[in-house]
Unconditional design. Structure first.
Length: 75
């Protein structure tokens, strides 16, 4: 296996299942479904499936961090 092939096989998936997103965030499936329903976490339809773009996980975390910074500054 070449270096290029190895790097392709070790990259993270671009689209995550609810279970994968929950695992990455360290929360339960039910909480992920609640985040999806509220619009706090974005998902896309893929046929009959729902997938969460990996970048949306990062964006969600960034929003949480910004909100935490804002609440510390306001206090």
């Amino acid at each position: 296996m070449s270096i290029a092939e190895d790097s392709i096989t070790t990259t993270a998936p671009l689209l995550l299942t609810v279970e994968q997103a929950a695992q990455q965030l360290g929360i339960g499936r039910t909480t992920v479904f609640a985040l999806l329903k509220s619009g706090d976490l974005e998902s896309i339809p893929l046929g009959r499936l729902r997938r969460i773009p990996a970048e949306c996980i990062t964006e969600y975390i960034d929003r949480l961090r910004a909100a935490a910074r804002d609440s510390r500054q306001a206090a």
